[in-house]
Design a protein around this ligand. Structure first.
Ligand code: LMR
Length: 350
């Protein structure tokens, strides 16, 4: 009788243990790294992709597309969890998180990379690019290659450049037609000394702060205005707390999709090639859709808000360019003559 009871007890314990293990495997989000040698294990690799913008933006949609493509191409064995809106890490935190292995992919705006290497400032120069075509030529050419090489010093690996578009100005203080209209205005900007110095040159008060604090800064009138692409102004509803929008196209805003080099090198050939292929397709899609997305969202802003919109005329734009031109000379020793000359030669191309 005693041995029967012992036997029954052991069986119950065995079933409970098996149930617990099954339950644990199913509901924990532990990352299991894929290993080609271990076929038969029901492993799914889970990687994290963190970014700070809304999903309905060029970057948000590209991150989701990348995740979908990776899932399909790997037959479901690689899953990318995308965390938008700074829900996992803010723009101030994401680079550290990448280095610590807490996240595997990020796509900061290139303006935020000047903290790693001052060369990135080249993309923040006023009117650096005057068309989406010029952006592609620059980033897929010498400028892009040089900037990605600079990431290696910190063991980052640049996987692709994603584009958003051109920055516009918003304010509560009054219409912004000429550079002098910004005098005395407090503006939220990204952490970039090139951008900061542009606004100082115009007598404004730039304030570097994170993207996800921008709405609050505008709403509480801690700043008068900000600069951003239409997709960010639209998706974060800045237009609801700003009275004036100027289509100035005065600067470029795009992204460097990055991973940690050590993480990348630790992956199998197979995983790397799935990720590379998916990234290539996503980037092509992003390049062909970002401009249109910004255009459509400008129409939505017009439909849904009373914000007053001014589009700079050609003559007005020339005035802005001329006024901001000294920044090029000021930053030549910082960014490097070679990169600035490369940019200017692109600008001269028809
Ligand atoms: C910003 O901080 O304004 C932008 O960099 C946000 C983004 O990632 O587009």
């Amino acid at each position: 009788m005693k041995s029967m009871l012992t036997c029954l007890g052991l069986m119950v314990l065995g079933i409970a243990t098996a149930l617990f293990i099954g339950f644990h495997d199913r509901f924990t989000s532990e990352v299991t790294y894929y290993d080609d040698e271990q076929e038969g294990l029901k492993d799914q690799i889970v990687f994290k992709f963190s970014h700070v913008v809304a999903e309905n933006t060029p970057k948000g949609r590209a991150a989701n597309k990348f995740a979908d493509l990776v899932y399909k191409k790997s037959g479901g064995s690689i899953k990318i969890e995308v965390f938008p809106n700074g829900s996992l890490y803010s723009d101030n935190e994401e680079m550290n998180a990448l280095q610590n292995g807490d996240v595997q992919f990020i796509a900061p705006s290139t303006s935020k990379l000047g903290t790693l290497s001052p060369e990135w400032g080249v993309l923040d120069l006023p009117y650096a690019f005057t068309s989406y075509d010029a952006v592609q030529k620059g980033l897929n050419g010498k400028i892009g290659a040089r900037l990605f090489a600079s990431l290696e010093r910190q063991h980052f690996k640049g996987l692709a450049y994603w584009t958003n578009g051109f920055k516009q100005l918003t304010s509560n203080k009054g219409p912004i037609l000429s550079p002098d209209d910004l005098k005395g205005q407090a503006l939220r900007i990204m952490p970039s000394s090139v951008i900061e110095d542009q606004y100082r040159l115009l007598g404004a008060y730039p304030r570097q702060d994170s993207f996800n604090s921008t709405f609050q800064l505008l709403e509480s009138r801690l700043v008068d205005g900000e600069e951003n692409t239409i997709s960010n102004i639209y998706s974060k509803k800045f237009y609801n707390v700003q009275d004036y929008l100027t289509i100035s196209n005065h600067g470029y805003l795009g992204y460097a999709v990055m991973t940690d080099e050590r993480f990348w090198n630790s992956q199998t050939e197979k995983t790397r090639s799935i990720l590379t292929e998916a990234m290539k397709e996503t980037t092509e899609w992003n390049e062909s859709s970002a401009e249109q997305m910004n255009k459509e969202q400008l129409e939505e802003i017009k439909k849904n808000s009373a914000i007053s919109i001014h589009v700079l005329t050609k003559a007005e734009k020339l005035k802005w360019m001329k006024r901001l031109d000294p920044i090029y000379g000021q930053y030549e020793p910082v960014i490097g003559r070679g990169l600035i000359q490369e940019l200017l030669s692109l600008r001269r191309q028809p």
